[in-house]
Design a binder for this molecule. Structure first.
Ligand code: ATP
Length: 233
């Protein structure tokens, strides 16, 4: 389980998160929502140990270990995988190379064949370089690359950003497939429809740098007031 208590983080003197409490259990998908600039990416980067921002208070525990100030490679070793906003695939490497460079062996874990079975399009494009892929293919590659590290906690930062509806539908199906496996998923999304269709629970960040709403995805779906007030939909 990922357990975040009273987390604060800052860029220089600007404190963005001011006391976040949140947990994500293995086998569930938790969506992290909020309007632009509320700190969703900052929270995910704090969990993954990617700087900036700097964690200025609180604790992050993963599977019983205090990872609050652990280096990002240590968090990866403990089973955290990040699908970063903007994908960041290696543009000069092929799909195959992007995937194998990330591989981390674990018994009964993800390997190249499994990732190709999960995203057949990646196998078709295995010899293409990152820079020649479409946005959707790059997103599949970013997810596949994170899966190659055999994560038990998958942090996904806006996987639907800039993608066509047909590709978003595929990403939705794949997240649903991951659900119920031995992976915990924390999903940052702007696309409320996608978030509600895959998430078990939802946290919404408000403009105080705190959680403004949390509950079951089905509760948020029925709560027009929260949607309008906190997400401006
Ligand atoms: N590297 C940085 N240096 C200084 N301030 C930053 C940096 N990155 C983000 N911020 C600020 O931190 C705040 C939170 O940004 P963050 O990207 O975490 O929000 P977000 O909810 O993910 O937004 P979006 O939906 O637009 O991606 C914003 O005010 C942003 O301008």
């Amino acid at each position: 389980m990922l357990s975040i208590e009273n987390l604060r983080c800052a860029y220089g003197t600007a404190e963005i998160l001011r006391g976040i409490d949140m947990d994500v259990h293995v086998g569930e998908v938790v969506a992290l929502l909020g309007r632009n600039g509320m700190g969703k990416t900052s929270l995910v980067r704090s969990v993954a140990g990617t700087r900036p921002p700097v964690v200025s208070g609180g604790t992050i525990r993963w599977a019983g270990t205090d990872t609050t100030h652990a280096p990002s490679h240590e968090r990866a070793r403990l089973g955290m995988g990040l699908v970063p906003q903007g994908r960041h695939v290696f543009s000069s490497l092929t799909v195959h190379e992007n995937l194998t460079v990330a591989a981390r062996r674990r018994q009964n874990g993800w390997d190249l064949d499994e990732v190709y079975a999960f995203f057949p399009r990646l196998q078709e494009r295995s010899r293409s370089r990152g820079r020649n892929l479409s946005g959707g293919e790059q997103q599949m590659l970013a997810i596949g690359r994170a899966l190659m590290t055999n994560p038990q906690l998958l942090l996904m930062d806006e996987p639907s950003e800039g993608l066509a509806p047909a590709v978003i539908a595929q990403i939705r199906e794949r997240i649903q497939q991951l659900k119920g496996s031995d992976i915990a998923v924390l999903l940052v999304e702007q696309n409320l429809g996608l978030a509600l269709s895959v998430a078990d629970r939802v946290y919404i960040l408000g403009d105080e740098g705190r959680v403004a709403w949390h509950g079951q995805a089905s509760e948020l779906e029925a709560d027009d007031d929260a949607q309008q007030r906190l997400l401006a939909v």
